[in-house]
Write a protein that binds this ligand. Structure first.
Ligand code: ADP
Ligand code: MG
Length: 692
């Protein structure tokens, strides 16, 4: 569908012939708009000019002069250096190019030229490396002299100089873009018009204009994303009838009465938010965010009890078998005391049992079905599923979420995550979900009781002594060895070797077990059981323990090669110790060699708060890396940055919400251009936005 002239093929732009169109296609530029949105990667400020003898050092500048001589040097077999010396009355400037000997032909002594670039002092001479060159007196109307020069990402067959020229043509022909942003909104946010922004991002008159353009275009990116999220939320939540659960029934009361502790304030608030959604006759679409140990399990159990009171069914899915079993223990115990029937289904459930469970779910006899991905298989059916809880820990899987929800009609969805996500990021990636937060851990279980230390090679002996001391007091320890980014098989090998070494050398007198991702599910479960029941002192493990193992008696964790891990992963890992009120120690074995590794070690040892750490992580790595896998329905950010433009995320979200509330399908003609922008932004993921 051709929406506007901007959707014309890029060949509509003057000078774009078939070969150039092909080169542009290689970098994803197919339409006129694609070309207009091929933003510069940097800008050279060439407005500063000065006589050669007084060119300021270290800043971008433009210099005019006469070519004095051209020299090509070959200091090494594979290296040529071309030097072009410019002169004027005040001094000399040398332009230097590497491995471009043909440039020699382009300059003749006496030519009047301008060089633009950054001036450096080398061997007492001012020089510019690979400067931009322009001949003076040429009639080139794209002259950059004394201007801010955009540098566009180049591609094979098209230099950035050529792309600049093509963009300039595209602007001349198509630059009067209609503004999709309602004018009142634009003015209120202090944003420049789109047509101005798109010109100024490429060819700004000054840096203020460029920054205003960048901000406007960044806002547009954020708004398009938030519009998609708001439209989706509307489609999922407002336009369907969900089950109105009974949230004050006897099972709910029994569960609360049986809790051996008082709920924290955060738990009270979160469960009230969840129960309010469940009671409402529209589907819940909510995410519960809370660090490991913040008490999400109890909150989930409260929601499950309400399902019991409503006479319907719930499914709760964990990302791993180990974790699913743990739910069977923790959630199962709570459900038992409340009198809610539940079963556990995983890939390793034996066939006869499995048959029985499937029949129970289909007939409605089983109220709560806990499990792994096994819950997603076709054989699993429910009589009346009204609540799906998906614990994603920190592996996000939209398809899984949708899959479980699809087992019923307009099912209430609660997504739980143990990844503390900074707010701006959560709004961008999960803007369609309402959020509840558990920020403070239950008393006596907080992270503040876990100390994290960096242990250099020389400190190993002492660290092993801490393990011994803990075991002498009846506690247990983990040793995590993982080869991040290596295959599971290699990782397992490293763990096996380490377990052997600890058994035969370091902890000869202790009981050392081994858990790797390569072991059969039965073996894994058996090893976990022995650790849980205390018949192992030390558990050597790969990162399989990361996802939610809860052994409250474990107080020490050693992490080998800690600097190879991401911050989120380290934080997850250390959350495994100190869960029993005995305090805990995370000992990070690392001698970080990279600056990045050192920064991460500094961050993890300096704060115990997951949300704080996540903010640091976001700043260290940038949003692109924060979540391993790109989210469905999440368009790329070109100019906007979740870190730098966090305020724009909030603004865009608020505006998107208002617009969608007033015009839920963007049918108002005034919103037509905005609709076009949102659809263009989401592209193939439009389905996700609109189908709910
Ligand atoms: P999460 O699922 O968020 O990782 P859990 O629900 O497993 O955390 O809770 C961690 C531990 O804290 C569990 O042992 C749980 O029994 C305990 N706990 C949960 N809520 C409270 C509370 N309000 N007071 C005291 N202990 C609590
Ligand atoms: Mg838990």
């Amino acid at each position: 569908m051709r929406l506007t002239a901007l959707d014309e093929p890029v060949t509509a732009v003057r000078f774009v012939d078939a070969p150039r169109a092909e080169a542009l296609a290689r970098v994803g530029i197919a339409t006129v708009e694609d070309l207009l949105r091929h933003y510069p990667s940097r800008w050279l400020d060439l407005r500063t000019t000065a006589p050669l003898g007084s060119l300021p050092l270290g800043v971008e500048a433009t210099a005019f002069g006469t070519v004095h001589e051209v020299v090509v040097k070959r200091p090494r077999p594979r290296l040529t250096i071309t030097e072009v010396a410019l002169v004027d009355d005040t001094g000399v400037l040398v332009g230097v190019w590497f491995n471009q000997p043909y440039l020699q032909q382009r300059f003749r002594p006496g030519d009047r030229v301008a060089f633009a670039g950054t001036v450096q002092m080398e061997f007492g001479l001012r020089q510019m490396r690979t400067p931009f060159v322009e001949r003076l007196g040429s009639s080139d109307d794209a002259s950059w002299l004394g201007r801010i020069l955009p540098v566009h990402p180049a591609t094979e067959g098209l230099s950035s100089n050529w792309i600049r020229r093509l963009v300039s043509e595209a602007l001349a022909q198509f630059g009067d873009l209609p503004d999709p942003l309602p004018a009142a909104l634009r003015v209120r946010r202090g944003l420049v018009p789109l047509a101005f922004a798109i010109r100024a991002i490429h060819f700004p008159d000054d840096l203020e204009a460029r920054d205003a353009a960048r901000r406007r275009l960044a806002y547009d990116e954020m708004l398009a994303i938030q519009m998609g999220m708001a439209l989706r939320r509307h489609a999922v939540v407002e336009e369907r009838r969900g089950h109105a659960h009974r949230v004050d029934g006897p099972l709910h009361a029994a569960l609360l009465a049986s809790l051996p502790f008082d709920l924290t304030q955060d738990q009270v608030t979160a469960s009230a938010e969840i129960l309010a959604d469940m009671a409402a006759p529209r589907p819940m679409n909510r995410m519960l965010l809370g660090d490991v140990g913040s008490g999400k399990t109890v909150v989930a159990a409260i929601a499950l009890a309400a399902v019991g009171d409503s006479g319907t069914q719930a499914a709760m899915m964990a990302p791993t078998e180990v974790l699913a079993r743990q739910y069977a223990r923790a959630v199962g115990e709570l459900l038992d005391t409340a009198g809610v029937t539940w079963r556990l289904l995983t890939g390793s459930t034996p066939t006869p049992q499995r048959r029985d469970i499937l029949a129970g779910a289909a007939s409605g006899k089983v109220t709560v079905l806990l499990g792994t991905h096994a819950l997603l298989t076709e054989a699993v059916t429910f009589k009346r599923l009204t609540l799906a809880i998906v614990d994603e820990q920190h592996r996000f899987g939209v398809t899984q979420r949708l899959g479980l929800r699809g087992k019923g009609e307009a099912v209430d969805l609660l997504v739980m995550t143990a990844t503390p996500i900074p707010r701006s990021l959560a709004l961008t990636f999960y803007g369609d979900l309402d959020t509840s937060y558990l920020r403070r851990s239950p008393p006596g279980r907080g992270r503040e009781r876990v100390t994290t230390r960096l242990v250099p090679k020389s400190g190993r002996g002492e660290a092993y002594a801490s393990v011994r001391a803990a075991v002498a007091q009846g506690r247990q320890a983990y040793v995590i060895c993982a080869l991040v980014d290596e295959s599971d098989a290699l990782e397992a090998k490293a763990a096996i070797r380490e377990a052997e070494r600890l058994r035969t050398h370091v902890f000869k007198d202790l009981r050392v077990g081994l858990l790797t991702g390569q072991m059969r599910p039965g073996e894994k479960a058996a090893t976990m059981e022995s650790f849980v029941d205390g018949s192992l002192d030390v558990l050597v493990a790969t990162t399989v323990v990361e996802v939610g193992v809860d052994v409250s008696n474990a107080t020490v964790m050693i992490i080998e090669d800690a600097d190879r891990f991401g911050l989120a992963q380290l934080h997850q890992l250390r959350g495994r110790v100190g869960r029993g009120g005995h305090g805990g120690q995370a000992l990070l074995f690392a001698d970080p060699r990279t600056e990045d590794g050192r920064r991460r070690m500094k961050a993890i040892t300096s704060t115990a708060d997951g949300f704080d750490l996540a903010e640091q992580d976001l700043r260290l790595r940038g949003e692109g890396q924060m979540l391993g896998e790109r989210q469905h329905g999440l368009p790329e950010l070109r100019l906007a940055s979740i870190v730098r433009d966090a305020d724009l995320v909030e603004a865009a979200r608020e505006n998107a919400h208002d617009i969608v509330t007033a015009d839920p399908h963007l049918t108002d003609p005034r919103h037509a251009p905005l609709m076009v922008a949102v659809r263009r932004t989401y592209g193939r993921d439009w389905e996700w936005v609109s189908s709910g």
